[in-house]
Design a protein around this ligand. Sequence first.
Ligand SMILES: Nc1ncnc2c1ncn2[C@@H]1O[C@H](COP(=O)(O)OP(=O)(O)O)[C@@H](O)[C@H]1O
Ligand SMILES: [Mg+2]
Length: 132
Amino acid sequence: MLELKNISFSVAEDVGRKEIIHDLSLKVDNRKFVVVTGPNGGGKSTLARLIAGIEKPTGGRIFLDGEDVTDKSVTERARMGIGFAFQQPVRFKGWRSSTCCVWPSAENFSSARPASIWPKWDCARATTSTAR
Ligand SMILES: Nc1ncnc2c1ncn2[C@@H]1O[C@H](COP(=O)(O)OP(=O)(O)O)[C@@H](O)[C@H]1O
Ligand SMILES: [Mg+2]
């Protein structure tokens, strides 16, 4: 279960602070599909960034299956199963697919993985490791 307890997020402005999320609590049970709707600028993307760890809440805690993940990095959360899909695809400046694509080695071979998706899979893997 994903649980947000009294989450707040504010940013510094020229004068004072702007509160984007105020005292938000919610629970999402495992294997549930939840959609958050709201007006433009309402804080939906900010909420997703807080859950993924891209932003840190200024108040409150986030738990995954009872474990406090508030201070965990994006990478640690990703390993625990929290993913984030960007609205705009991430671009790696100066990289071309020909530079990052690697052909699968023999130990990566799996009969369950059709040959047609090998290049795609390895390109994604190489890009991810380059981004770290
Ligand atoms: N890091 C930030 N600094 C300043 N303002 C921000 C920051 N993150 C979000 N905001 C502001 O918070 C509000 C909510 O944004 P956002 O989460 O993108 O809304 P939504 O995804 O619901 O359209 C917007 O007014 C946005 O400009
Ligand atoms: Mg948004």
